[in-house]
Structure formats: C-alpha cells, structure tokens
Design a protein around this ligand. Structure first.
Ligand code: PLP
Length: 362
C-alpha cells in the first residue's frame, strides 16, 4: 500500500514552510567556516540575549521538572510588562505557535483567511494545514494594505484577517486608522507586532475597545531569544481560554521561562541593543542606496527589503552565501527579484557592502 493513501489528499502537494538556512547545513559546502558565517537572513538579534539569561540558565537546577502548563507566573510577568491583565495573555513556543493555534481554533475546512500579500509565510502555512482557503488581497504599490479591497473580500466564511505590522518582508507600517477600519468589520483581526520594539507602533491600546483584536509579540527579535522560542499574544479573554485549552501541554519550556524573567529584568540592556540596531538600519540603508543596482525600501523593522534592479536575486543570494553572508531572496508577486537583509552590527554592514561591490564588479 502506498503511504500516499494514508495522507490527507490536500496535504500531498503541501510545500511546507521555507525556513532560513542554518549555517551548520552549509558546513563543507562553502569555503567559509560555520562560525564565520554572517547571518542576515532571519531578522535575529546580532547582539544576542541579555547576559543575565546566560547566567541564570547555567545556575538553573530544575530542567527535570515540567513547566506550569497554565503559564501563570509567565503570564503575570508579561502582564506587568505590557500592562494588560493576565486573563488576556497566552504565551507560545514562538509567536508562530500562537498563529498556528489561533488558526486551528477558528478555521475549519473551507473557512477563509484574508492575507495581505506579500507577507509573512506562516499565515498561509497554518491556513493551508487546517484546510482553510486563503483569500489574498495584494498590498498596493507602496506596500500599504488595501482596506477597501479587504473589506469587499469579507464573506460569511471569513475567520481571520492577518496584518503583520511592520510587515515582513516589506518592513512597512499600517496606520492605526486602517487597523480600526478593519476592526469595525467585526472579523477577528490579528496584528502581528513581532518587530514592535523597532517600530514603536502598537495596537495594544485598541484591545480595550475591540473584542475582535488579537495582538502578537515575540522575544525572538528585540530580546535575542529566537533560539529559545517564546512569544505571546493578547487575545479577547474567551479566545485566550480556548487557546490555553487546545495548546499542547507545557508548550513554553522552562529555559524559555527563565529567559523571559531575566530579559524583563534587563530591558535597559536589551533596548540599548535595539537602539544600536535602529541606528545601524539607517547606516545600512544609506550604504545600500549607494549601490546603483539595488533599490532599498525604507524600513520600520530590523531588516531592509531591496529590489535587485540588475541581475537575478536568487543568484545574488547564492553569491553572497558562497562568501559566507546569508540573506533571503523572494520570487513571489510584488517582491519578485527582491532580497531581504537583516540589520546586523556595523561590521556586518561593511562585510556585506564589500561583498556586494565585488559581485557588482565595482
Ligand atoms: C511577522 C512575523 N511574525 C512572527 C514571526 C515569528 O516569530 P517567533 O520567532 O516568535 O515565532 C516572525 C519571524 O520572522 C515574523 O516575521
């Protein structure tokens, strides 16, 4: 019997999520040693986590004990940090897990999810996995969302509207007025603020006014905890209760818990790193602008999208990879022939610009 007969038919052609390349998988394939690879492909924090996290994890003695499944202390810590009651908060193994749980909770086979493309791939990934139908509403030329088209795409089957704010990979912001117009429709709206600490714009105050608003945040970017996987969401309280019910037990591990606690005690240090990244974003943008065959787009996040005006983005990605610099490339509509570069340290900008100039024959 072929295994295909057992697998859900709609998943036989499922492509999966195309994640960033791990440096260790390049070992022996490129001439650069793994430890020398410059990662500018996954919007991680080049300054790492708080030193307090490292110290606390070395001392931690209870890795043999499961974490609290109801996340009570974690939710209280997050509540103190963002000023929202814990009953609205749920944490996940990365905000990715919360996207996945929310889609599982709301989207049954045949239900619709509105996705403002080009955008973060996990929204479509989870929708497809649940057998939902993606309704793509392309962003305008300046990458702003098209509120009129979104509203006219809503049907009785629409279960979620996803807005990444700032958006990945375009790094554009959606203004509060547009978000409110979507909230007025009554459809659940997810405002994904994975890059909030770099943009300083948040929809959290609107959670008091709208019971169809969900805001997602993560410790992956600003707090340098991408590898420990911890994110959180602010949900209407009934939805938070259901998310807690349907999540896998113990979904946030104890190391992540310790890391959150220490990070929240060291926000001054972490926000200083964020400020360095914001300053470097300006420098990287100015340097990329000097390269005639690239067109960088302004950014409110910790990455910059660039149109490759001459040559092929995939080839450029490969050429940079062979020089030990990792970036992402895109070939979907509206970002065809684009690369996305995460903001690194000043020395990473220098190495990237030197490599780009070599590739461009300058
Ligand atoms: C818009 C957006 N949301 C969510 C995530 C996922 O973050 P996490 O590491 O918390 O799963 C990312 C990561 O790249 C992202 O770009």
């Amino acid at each position: 019997m072929g295994i295909e007969k057992l697998i859900r038919k709609d998943l036989l052609s499922f492509g999966g999520y195309s994640a960033a390349t791990s440096p260790e998988t390049l070992d022996g394939k490129i001439e650069i040693a793994t430890r020398d690879i410059i990662k500018m492909d996954a919007n991680e924090n080049p300054y790492g986590c708080s030193p307090r996290v490292q110290q606390a994890l070395v001392k931690y003695k209870q890795f043999n004990i499961y974490p609290d499944d109801g996340q009570e202390r974690l939710r209280k810590m997050l509540s103190d940090y963002i000023g929202v009651d814990p009953k609205y908060i749920v944490a996940g193994s990365g905000s990715n897990q919360l996207i996945d749980l929310l889609v599982r909770l709301l989207v049954a086979r045949g239900d619709e999810v509105i996705n403002c493309t080009p955008t973060f791939g996990v929204y479509s990934f989870s929708t497809r996995l649940c057998g939902g139908t993606l309704v793509e509403v392309p962003r305008r030329n300046d990458f702003s969302i098209d509120v009129g088209k979104i509203k006219s795409s809503i049907t009785p089957k629409t279960k979620i509207i996803f807005i990444a704010n700032p958006n990945n990979p375009t790094a554009t912001l959606t203004n509060r007025k547009d978000i409110e117009m979507l909230l007025e429709t009554g459809v659940p709206v997810v405002v994904d603020e994975a890059y909030y600490e770099f943009s300083h714009q948040t929809a959290i105050p609107l959670t008091k006014k709208y019971d169809n608003l969900i805001v997602l945040r993560t410790f992956s970017k600003w707090a340098g905890l991408a590898g420990l996987r911890v994110g959180y969401g602010i949900f209407p309280s009934e939805i938070a209760d259901f998310i807690l019910r349907i999540k896998i037990p113990y979904n946030v591990n104890v190391a992540a818990l310790v890391a959150v606690e220490e990070s929240l005690k060291d926000t001054e240090y972490l926000l200083a790193s964020v400020n360095k990244i914001i300053a470097e974003r300006k420098h990287l943008f100015a340097e990329l602008k000097k390269i005639k065959w690239l067109k960088p787009y302004p950014s409110k996040a910790n990455f910059i999208l660039c149109d490759v005006l001459k040559g092929d983005a995939k080839q450029l990605y490969q050429q940079l990879q062979s020089k030990g610099i990792l970036v992402r490339y895109f070939d979907q509509a509206r970002v065809k022939n684009c690369i996305r570069i995460s903001v690194g340290k000043p020395e990473h900008t220098d190495a990237l610009i030197k490599a780009l100039r070599q590739i461009g024959g300058e």
